[in-house]
Design a binder for this molecule. Sequence first.
Ligand code: 5GP
Ligand code: ZN
Length: 133
Amino acid sequence: MATLYVVDVTGQGQARIPSVPECLFCRIVSGGVPASRVLESPRTLSFRDISPQAPTHVLVIPKVHYPDLAALAAADGSLLTELINQAAEVARAEGISSSGYRVVFNTGADAGQAVPHVHAHVLGGRALSWPPG
Ligand code: 5GP
Ligand code: ZN
């Protein structure tokens, strides 16, 4: 997997922005692949899953590329917190905060992670079964 490092000139303390050209979600961040955007912050982006599994199914990602939850947590805990806060904001914006919702980070093959750019699934709008399949 190639990694392109782009120098950030904003002086916001973010020295490098890692982006992977062939990564689907990096391409959504750059606008090269269209997506139905729900919320955005300087460091995070939320957009609707192309194959929704519930009335609300939104993906929340960091704009920089980390392959999975563990890599993000190890590298930038404050960004992980921003991601979780945006997931909660998505739930509020979608009107499912009170009824309840699920936040899922599929990690690795057995969990069915298909896109190796860390993403939180925010699922709600119906009763969700447990345990998952
Ligand atoms: P994972 O299986 O990696 O946890 O989740 C990847 C998610 O990305 C899947 O739920 C899948 O439906 C969604 N997805 C795959 N390709 C696209 C796309 O091009 N656009 C959007 N918005 N979602 C996508
Ligand atoms: Zn990526």
